[in-house]
Ligand binder design. Structure first.
Ligand code: ZN
Length: 301
């Protein structure tokens, strides 16, 4: 058992979080958030996505953010929807590219307007570009625990998609509960299935809280051996193509739970709460995160 082993928390607020915000967050504010997150101990950022400005206007400054973001000690991971985005991200010095596809045909069509096999067909060129620029590639699988259009998604479908990514050289697979359909028992089963069939592949969980049990799902994942999690400052974000999507798990809530259990996250919770409040100020609305309101146990406030 690798109990109490240090875990990796990937901060996705700047990409998954901001992409669904209506008001544009300035490049200056994005850079201020990156600095503050680094100060709180965040080392892995999903910094932006090189996606069309028309599709996601909030991330239209991806190149500027990447050009000016601090580098020391920060690993900038960048989501890329296609070859064009991959080229731009590699040119911008991304530390890792993130490609994605849905395990459900219906969701893939809703999300990116094409079939799973058409999405997969573009992967070869992205992986060879990444190899030339020596940029690692990780892959995310959307609707890995269920699809709002199609219903249940068999774990064999999820594994089949994962194998296609691993075969091409993906160094990590993220299982995303895009619509908050997972339950802890299902997470345990899915993770066990992956550990049995793809034992050498790093696994990450990305959990949405549509039905209020994402933290229980994260804990089930932790018990099943997952040591990499995606979370979002203040709990912002969620998938824009899912009806009434709720947010990601709040980074500071997750850090609070894990640190309370004696698990080392490498983060400074008090500093993280301050960054969540900075984000709340920038977005000018209350954020879903809970610990930023209640405070850590020590503070009494
Ligand atoms: Zn998310």
């Amino acid at each position: 058992m690798e109990d109490k082993q240090k875990i990796i928390i990937r901060e996705v607020a700047l990409r998954d979080g901001l992409q669904s915000e209506k008001a544009f967050v300035s490049t200056e504010n994005k850079l201020a958030l990156i600095d503050a997150l680094a100060g709180a101990g965040v080392k892995y950022l999903e910094t932006t996505s090189f996606v069309s400005a028309r599709a996601v206007p909030q991330l239209r400054d991806a190149a500027k953010v990447m050009a000016r973001a601090r580098r020391g000690g920060i690993w900038h991971e960048v989501m890329v929807p296609n070859l064009k985005g991959a080229r731009a991200a590699a040119d911008a010095g991304a530390d890792r590219l993130i490609v994605f596809v849905s395990a459900s045909e219906a969701h893939n069509r809703a999300n990116v307007g094409r079939s799973i096999s058409d999405s997969m067909a573009e992967l070869d060129s992205i992986f060879s570009l990444a190899e030339q620029s020596r940029t690692p590639v990780a892959a995310a699988i959307a609707t890995a625990f269920g699809c709002p259009y199609q219903g249940p998604v068999p774990v064999s479908d999820v594994l089949a998609v994962a194998r296609q990514f691993v075969m091409r050289g993906a160094d990590r697979i993220t299982l995303a509960d895009t619509t908050g359909m997972a339950n802890p028992g299902q997470v345990t089963e899915t993770v066990s299935h992956f550990k049995e069939h793809l034992p050498d592949t790093a696994l990450c969980l990305h959990l949405h809280n549509n039905r209020g049990i994402a933290m229980a799902n994260l804990y089930a994942g932790y018990l099943a051996g997952i040591r990499i999690f995606d979370t979002s400052l203040g709990g912002i974000g969620g998938c824009p193509n899912v009806p009434q999507a709720a947010g990601n798990l709040a980074t500071e809530d997750t850090v609070f739970m894990l640190e309370s259990m004696g698990v080392d996250t490498g983060m400074d919770l008090a500093a993280l709460i301050e960054v969540a409040r900075l984000l709340e100020k920038i977005l000018a609305r209350p954020l879903p995160g809970q610990v930023m309101k209640s405070g850590p146990l020590e503070s009494g406030g």
